[in-house]
Design a protein around this ligand. Structure first.
Ligand code: DGL
Length: 254
C-alpha cells in the first residue's frame, strides 16, 4: 500500500529529540520532518511548569505554520507539563514521550536482584505525571527515581564540543549511582539515549529507552510507513526564522 507523504513536527529543549529522530526516519523514511530545538531556553529540567507550558505552545504554533500533520513532543519534561494543554488547544494529534516505567513489566522479576533506576530531569522527577506513572506500573516498588540536574546540559555541550570535553563532568553527575548494584537504567530524558553507551559502561547497567516504541506510535497515528521518496529533514533553533536542511550525519554525538 502506498502511503501519502506526511509532514512531521518535532520539538525538544535541545538536541534530545535526535534520539527519537534517528528511529523515526527509519520508521517513516521518505516523509518530511521539521525539528525545532529550543536551545536558547534549555534546559527545561530546571524551569517552572508555567514556563515549559508556554514554550510548548509557542513551538507548537511555529510547527503548525509548516502545516505539520502531527507534533511529537520529543521531550519527557515538556510531555509531563504540557501535552494535555496542547491537546485541548490545538487541532492536530500530539505524541509525547514518558519515562518507560512500563518496561519493568517485561523484566524478569522472578530473577533475583533486578534493580532499575529511572533517570530524569528535575522537573520530570517532581511532576505529578511521573508520580502517577510510578504508582501505576511499579506495584512491587522496585524502581529508584533519580533526578540528574546537569546531565541534559552536559550532553548539549558534548554535541558541540565532543563527548571527551565533558566526560569527567558526566561521570561526576552519575557517580552517586555507581556501586549501587543497579541492573537497568530507564532513560527518562531524550538527551540520555545519546550517551547510552557511556551510561551503560559507567554504571554497568542495561539502558532502556522508549525511542523506538514512540516512533512506531507516530507511524501508527499517521497511518503511514516508509515511502519511496527522499526523506527531508529540516531543523532550526527557536531563535532562527527559517528552517534549514539538516544532514542525518549530524544526528549523533561526535
Ligand atoms: N530532553 C528533555 C527531556 O526529555 C529535556 C531536557 C532538559 O532540557 O532539561 O526531558
Amino acid at each position: 500500500m502506498a502511503f501519502e507523504q506526511k509532514r512531521i513536527g518535532i520539538f525538544d529543549s535541545g538536541i534530545g529529540g535526535f534520539s527519537i529522530w534517528k528511529e523515526l526516519i527509519k520508521e517513516l523514511s521518505g516523509h518530511q520532518f521539521f525539528y525545532i530545538s529550543d536551545v536558547p531556553n534549555s534546559p527545561y529540567g530546571n524551569k517552572s511548569s508555567q514556563f515549559i507550558r508556554q514554550r510548548a505552545e509557542v513551538l507548537s504554533n511555529e510547527l503548525l505554520k509548516e502545516k505539520v500533520d502531527i507534533i511529537l513532543l520529543a521531550c519527557n519534561t515538556a510531555t509531563a507539563e504540557a501535552i494535555d494543554g496542547l491537546r485541548d488547544k490545538f487541532n492536530v494529534p500530539f505524541v509525547g514521550i514518558e519515562p518507560f516505567v512500563k518496561s519493568i513489566e517485561s523484566l524478569d522479576l522472578g530473577e533475583n536482584n533486578i534493580r532499575p533506576v529511572v533517570l530524569t530531569t528535575r522537573a520530570m522527577h517532581d511532576s505529578v505525571r511521573f508520580k502517577e506513572l510510578i504508582l501505576k506500573f511499579d506495584k512491587d516498588k522496585i524502581l529508584t527515581p533519580h533526578a540528574c540536574d546537569n546531565l541534559a546540559s552536559l550532553i548539549e555541550v558534548a554535541y558541540k564540543k565532543g563527548l571527551d570535553s565533558v566526560e569527567k563532568e558526566i561521570e561526576e553527575e552519575l557517580k552517586p549511582l555507581r556501586d549501587k548494584n543497579y541492573t537497568h537504567a530507564i532513560l527518562g530524558c531524550t538527551h540520555y539515549p545519546l550517551i547510552s553507551d557511556k551510561i551503560a559502561r559507567y554504571l554497568n547497567v542495561e539502558c532502556i529507552s522508549p525511542c523506538l516504541p514512540v516512533s512506531k506510535r507516530v507511524a501508527y497515528i499517521l497511518k503511514a510507513g516508509p515511502i519511496d521518496s527522499r526523506t527531508e529533514l529540516y531543523f532550526k533553533t527557536s531563535n532562527q526564522e527559517n528552517f534549514e536542511t539538516f544532514s542525518p550525519a549530524l544526528l549523533s554525538l561526535k
